[in-house]
Write a protein that binds this ligand. Structure first.
Ligand code: NI
Length: 261
C-alpha cells in the first residue's frame, strides 16, 4: 500500500478532476493521500477533499503565497479545525528565498512560519515544511521553535549531511519526483543514506513529475515511480520499502489505518 504524503488535489489544475484522480490512485495501490493547503482557497478546498474516504489534509500558508493571501482569514480557519480528525497537520509552511531577495519580506516569511509552528503546537499537530534556498534559516527556526508533534521536510532537497540534524528535531524527510531525475545526485544520496524509519514518499502533484514523465502534469498514482527508484537505489524489496514508508507516515500523522481489503 502506497501513501502519497503530499499531493495538491486542491490546486486549480487537479481540483476539477479530483474524483477521477482519487479513483485512479486507489486502483494503482495508493491507499492514503495527504492534501496540504498553501493559501486560503486551497485550504478551504482541503476541507472539502477530506470528506473523501482515505484523503487527509493539512491547512497552511506557504511562503510564496503570503502577498496574495488574506492572512487573517486563513488564521481564522485554523480555529475551526481543532476537532477535525481528518486535518492531520499544519502545512505547508516554511521559507522560500528562491525568488524573494527582499530582506523585509524574508522576515515576514520567518514570522509567519514561526506563528504557524506555534499554532501546530497548540493544536498538537505535526507540520509540513516547504524549504527552498533557505535550509539554514529553516533549521534555525525549527531548532528554536521545535514542533512538538514533529513534522516532515517535504520534497527535501538539502544535502545528506543535514538529514540527521532535522531528524533530531523530530522531522521526517520526504522525497518526491526529483529523486528519480537522472542528474539528481543529492536526493539520491539522501535516499541511500537516510535511516529508513524517517523516510516518507510523495508526489507534490501537479508539480515535479518523476522520470520518465518529467515535464507532464503529476498525479498521485505516480508515487509508485518514486518508490521504485528509492527501492532500486537502496537495493530493497519494493514491498518492504512500501510497508516501512507507509508505517512512518501513519505514525507521524497519527492516522489509524485499518486495512479493509
Ligand atoms: Ni506542496
Amino acid at each position: 500500500m502506497l501513501f502519497d504524503t503530499h499531493c495538491h488535489l486542491n490546486s486549480d489544475e487537479l481540483y476539477p478532476k479530483y474524483k477521477e484522480l482519487i479513483k485512479e490512485a486507489k486502483d494503482s495501490g495508493v491507499e492514503l493521500i495527504i492534501v496540504p493547503g498553501y493559501d486560503l482557497l486551497s485550504s478551504q478546498r482541503v476541507l472539502e477533499l477530506i470528506k473523501e474516504k482515505n484523503i487527509y489534509g493539512a491547512i497552511g500558508l506557504q511562503p510564496e503565497e503570503i502577498d496574495k493571501t488574506n492572512v487573517n482569514a486563513l488564521f481564522d480557519l485554523f480555529k475551526t479545525v481543532k476537532d477535525n480528525k481528518k486535518i492531520v497537520a499544519i502545512g505547508e509552511i516554511g521559507l522560500d528565498y528562491y525568488w524573494e531577495k527582499d530582506e523585509n519580506k524574508k522576515q515576514v516569511q520567518r514570522e509567519l512560519f514561526i506563528k504557524q509552528i506555534e499554532i501546530a503546537n497548540e493544536l498538537k499537530l505535526p507540520i509540513i515544511v516547504h524549504s527552498r534556498d533557505a535550509l539554514q534559516d529553516t533549521y534555525e527556526i525549527l531548532k528554536c521553535h521545535q514542533p512538538i508533534m514533529g513534522g516532515v521536510m517535504h520534497c527535501y532537497s538539502g544535502p545528506k549531511e543535514m538529514v540527521n540534524e532535522f531528524i533530531k528535531l523530530g522531522m521526517y524527510i520526504s522525497l518526491g519526483g526529483p529523486v528519480t531525475f537522472k542528474n539528481a545526485r543529492v536526493p539520491k544520496e539522501v535516499a541511500t543514506s537516510i535511516d529508513i524509519n524517517y523516510l516518507l514518499i510523495e508526489t507534490d502533484s501537479p508539480y515535479l513529475s518523476p522520470h520518465p514523465l518529467r515535464g507532464t502534469e503529476n498525479k498521485p498514482s505516480n508515487v509508485k515511480l518514486v518508490e521504485e527508484e528509492i527501492a532500486r537505489l537502496r537495493n530493497m524489496e519494493l514491498d518492504d520499502l512500501e510497508a516501512i514508508t507507509f508505517k512512518n507516515a501513519t505514525k507521524l500523522f497519527g492516522i489509524k489505518y485499518e486495512d479493509k481489503m
